[in-house]
Design a protein around this ligand. Structure first.
Ligand SMILES: [Zn+2]
Length: 422
């Protein structure tokens, strides 16, 4: 097993709370969770007897639920308005310092696992290892390494004629031979998954979002090589044509998926491809930015993708496509730590509150391939959990209020505990 964070502690029992176990099962009132001194969950539910030698913590009035997960963050960014200028101005060392601060903000917001889907060099990989080693506080991190993108694609970031010695987040690769090598490079430096751009993007002046970056042969070569090396593949996708190329080639998760069509959605359902909707970037820009702060090309592209995004998500919900919560944290006006707004946007977009919590816990854990150790509160899983003041099924927005996060446990160890100490 990888990415296990376990501290030394004594057995504890949380009791008297509403249990939302993250599997989608109905909540259980007045439930208990028994956490062993190894950080793993031993017993869950309406327990007749509690272990006599445990520390008992009364959480009446609160909800016990799994720690939140975000399947789509970018530690290289911290909400800067100009995506491109970050790569013209910030050295990777500066980005790494930002990333350690962002990691703490994510954990304080109740996110105990996140997936970084693209950073320069080994930025997110090194942060993952530093968190695992206990050097800095942060969520469990799965990291994609660099994003594989085509020349003129979404992460071909620098203006023509400009380069930087330490590279950008984009690993530019064209043709089957180059994408093969690009996959192997990410695996060599320790990537947990492979991320590639199947279509153009929004934050850059390159290809329009509905245009595919790669042909079928390139996509098939890339994904087959990643799967051979036992790495799942996430595809940045806006338009339906690029989505279908990625889905037919065997992709595991579709990120954004703003402009899907019925055929793409049905293919996702049939093949079990997970949708990571990332509703927050356009919301954050509307709330906190103004068009004057953004380059014109971003405003134009945003208008195209946001107009289609709601309908795309509705089709996916109706077809029963599996969902994992992801936010694109770090994009303009979106600093890490406010990620729980995404749950509210999913509910407003038509996902039930329970299905949204599943997408943010066990659904994301499956997409991230860590469901053997975390993502639900059942015996045998790590105690990555939250105690929340109130019931998020009745008011999903309360997860945004950090003063209501009374307890944040990672592998049974308290990052925050206002219950045992309060
Ligand atoms: Zn992204």
């Amino acid at each position: 097993m990888q990415h296990v964070l376990v501290g030394e502690q004594r057995m504890k029992v949380l009791t008297g709370g509403l249990l939302i176990d993250g599997t989608g099962r109905a909540p259980i009132p007045n439930a208990s969770v028994v956490i062993g001194d190894d950080g793993y969950i031993k017993e869950v539910g309406s327990l007749a007897r509690l272990p006599s030698d445990a520390q008992v913590l009364d959480v009446a009035g609160g909800t016990i639920m799994p720690g939140l997960m975000d399947a789509h963050v970018h530690f290289m960014l911290a909400g800067e308005p100009h995506f491109e200028s970050v790569f013209l101005q910030q050295p990777i060392e500066y980005m790494a310092i930002k990333a350690t601060v962002s990691a703490r903000h994510l954990l304080a917001a109740g996110f105990t696992t996140v997936r970084d889907v693209g950073a320069p060099g080994r930025l997110a990989i090194a942060l993952r290892d530093a968190v695992n080693a206990g050097l800095v506080p942060g969520p469990r991190i799965l990291a994609a390494g660099r994003l594989i993108t085509a020349t003129s694609g979404h992460v071909d970031l620098l203006p023509p004629g400009v380069s930087r010695a330490d590279g950008t987040a984009g690993r530019i690769a064209d043709g089957p031979a180059e994408v093969l090598r690009a996959v192997r490079e990410q695996v060599k430096v320790g990537a947990d998954l492979i991320k590639f751009c199947a279509t153009g993007g929004v934050m850059d002046p390159q290809l329009p979002p509905d245009v595919p970056e790669y042909g079928a042969e390139e996509a098939q070569t890339l994904i087959a090589e990643a799967h051979k090396m036992k790495k799942p593949v996430a595809a940045h996708v806006h338009g339906a044509e690029g989505a279908k190329i990625a889905i037919h080639a065997g992709v595991d998760t579709i990120e954004h998926g703003t402009m899907l069509d019925e055929e793409a959605v049905q293919l996702m359902k049939d093949k079990g491809v997970v949708l990571v909707p990332t509703l927050m970037p356009s919301y954050q820009v509307r709330q906190h930015g103004s068009e004057a702060d953004l380059p014109d090309y971003v405003v134009e592209k945003f208008n195209v993708t946001s107009a289609a995004h709601g309908q795309s998500l509705k089709m996916a919900i109706e077809a029963g496509v599996p969902l994992a919560l992801g936010t694109d944290a770090g994009t303009p006006f979106f600093p890490h730590g406010v990620n729980a707004i995404e749950l509210q946007l999913m509910v407003e977009g038509g996902v039930s509150a329970m299905a949204t919590i599943v997408a943010a816990t066990s659904g994301a854990a499956k997409a991230l391939r860590v469901d053997d150790i975390t993502g639900s509160l059942v015996p045998g899983k790590l105690a990555d959990l939250l105690v929340v003041d109130g019931n998020p099924l009745e008011d999903i927005a309360l997860l945004q209020d950090q003063s209501r996060l009374q307890m944040i446990l990672q592998g049974g160890s308290a990052y925050k505990d206002l219950v045992g100490t309060g």
